[in-house]
Design a protein around this ligand. Structure first.
Ligand code: PLP
Ligand code: ZN
Length: 502
């Protein structure tokens, strides 16, 4: 739709101009640092940073009602930079001029309601928000769109030369980083560090296909993270992990979209996310808090974080109800099908602690909950979901397993239902489905396949003396007829079909 056709009231706001004053703010000592250069941790106290807009209060001069209208009407614009996460430009990157925004089709992923059978199984009404329908097939693209748009802007405005974008990854961060880096025409090279054998073949193929330098390291993600942190402290590289506060900013769009999907009425709604490095839950909490501050929403949804029993440091931390007695201890992870969240020492833990406290001040103690689930529950939930029309990855299965556990306790309020983050596409995690179907899990996973959830292809074997088709060989018409009839009869018998009467 053309701008002149929009209501007068929203016209001046439709195309945002760069505004605000962004700084990195330290979570430890509150010092601020200019976003003119790349910072990941506070140079003084080494704590993690968040991006703050020192002119945030200017946004309060616009009413919540008008903001809602602006975001809704922007959805009808055809301007590419505003088609993705930057529909919410003022909330997550207002200093960026539109011509530096990198848009590869990320964001605005569908929410799909569970059918009645799956709802009954879960014991709760819910929707999956399919973040696997992002360009690299995971939610990480939201954060990468932000981090690379910033990089693009900073490189141009500061005259930076060649940039090396680097990250450690459980598989999806590297796929997203490599994809966005490959789009940039400014001199950006990318290198990704992966724990050897701990990402799926699809996830390994993605950065290779995008032309990144892929480096496999022994150990688990936490070890890769240490190496990449050392590199970023001692060499001129752009760190693309969620330690990079721009990543968090972009991922806030997940909350904004949920609010918009529910016409900004998120009262009694539950939002469920898996927790790995805890960047995602940080962004989701921060996103809803920002909407609440601007009165774009008037109440906060309940946020539930889910972890596997095999990688549960955040769950263990919140087991202690008394904040004064809580003590964070990293855990040594065990093999998990929720491999993208298989992290024992989440980088964003300080952010989570602070934001949960802030969120609970407004939404109450139960406003944020953390649950853990078994590997068995994750697999059963993912497969059950996908047998009911979804495309959930194992981490989405983890969300469903968490919801089901909470629903059973009867303590989860949320009359409206729950939105579950299906963080990646099922296809990325096909190896775990294969292990389940083949009853091939290593004992450390502790997963025993349920017969009713298993599936396998049936191979038709024609008799030895029958001519069968093959690549590059043409059957005679009579041979083909024989083959077709024989195969069809075998299939009809297999499926228990009875012949039509003629
Ligand atoms: C990265 C990732 C997670 C974990 O998110 P964090 O921000 O690290 O907590 C979960 N699921 C998928 C598919 C991921 O790629
Ligand atoms: Zn500091």
């Amino acid at each position: 739709m053309k701008i002149e056709h929009f209501p007068q009231e929203v016209q001046p706001y439709l195309i945002p101009q760069p505004s605000g004053e962004y700084v990195y703010q330290c979570f430890g000592c509150n010092q601020q640092f200019s976003v003119g250069s790349l910072f990941y941790t506070c140079p003084d106290c080494k704590n993690v940073l968040m991006i703050r807009d020192n002119q945030w209060d200017r946004l309060k001069l616009i009413s919540g009602r008008l903001w809602r209208k602006i975001f809704d009407y922007r959805a009808m614009l055809t301007a590419a930079p505003l088609k993705g996460i930057y529909r919410y430009h003022e909330l997550l990157g207002s200093v960026l001029p539109l011509d530096s925004i990198i848009y590869l089709g990320e964001g605005h992923t569908p929410i799909v309601e569970a059918n009645s059978r799956l709802r009954d199984w879960a014991g709760f009404r819910f929707w999956f928000k399919n973040d696997g329908q992002n360009p690299s097939a995971s939610f990480k693209d939201r954060g990468m769109a932000s981090a690379f748009s910033y990089l693009n802007f900073a490189a141009k405005s500061q005259g930076w030369g060649e940039i090396l974008a680097i990250c450690a990854s459980t598989g999806d961060t590297s796929a997203a980083a490599a994809l966005y880096a490959s789009y940039m025409t400014h001199h950006v090279k990318s290198a990704v560090l992966l724990p050897q054998g701990k990402v799926t073949p699809q996830q390994l193929g993605q950065p290779l296909g995008s032309g990144a330098k892929v480096i496999e390291i022994p150990g688990v993600f936490d070890d890769c993270m240490k190496v990449v942190e050392y590199l970023s402290e001692n060499y001129p590289v752009a760190l693309m992990n969620s330690k990079n506060a721009w990543r968090i900013l972009g991922q806030e769009s997940f909350s904004y979209e949920i609010a918009q999907d529910f016409d900004y009425d998120v009262e009694d709604l539950v939002v469920v996310v898996p927790i790995g490095n805890a960047g995602n839950i940080t962004a989701v909490l921060e996103g809803f808090l920002k909407l609440y501050e601007l009165q774009i929403i008037t109440s906060l949804p309940v946020v539930v974080g889910v972890q596997s029993e095999h990688a549960n440091p955040v769950y263990l931390y919140y087991l202690e109800a008394d904040p004064g007695k809580r003590e964070f201890r990293p855990v040594v992870v065990r093999p998990s099908v929720a491999q993208a969240a298989m992290i024992g020492n989440p980088v964003s833990m300080p952010r989570v602690v602070r934001l949960v406290e802030k969120y609970r001040e407004i939404a109450g103690y139960k406003g944020v909950q953390v649950v853990q689930v078994s590997e068995q529950e994750i697999m059963d939930a993912m497969l059950t979901a996908n047998r009911n029309g979804h495309i959930s990855c194992t981490q989405g299965g983890e969300c469903l397993a968490g919801l089901r556990r909470l629903a059973k306790t009867g303590e989860l309020s949320g009359e409206r239902g729950a939105v579950l983050d299906a963080t990646a596409h099922a296809l990325k995690f096909a190896v775990f489905q294969e292990k389940y179907f083949a009853d091939d899990f290593e004992p450390a996973f502790g997963v025993v396949p349920k017969g009713e959830l298993r599936n396998a292809p049936v191979v038709l074997a024609p008799p030895d003396d029958m001519a069968t088709p093959a690549v590059g060989r043409r059957l005679k018409a009579t041979e083909l007829q024989l083959f077709v009839e024989h195969s069809a009869e075998q299939i009809a018998a297999l499926l228990g079909l009875s012949r039509l009467s003629k």
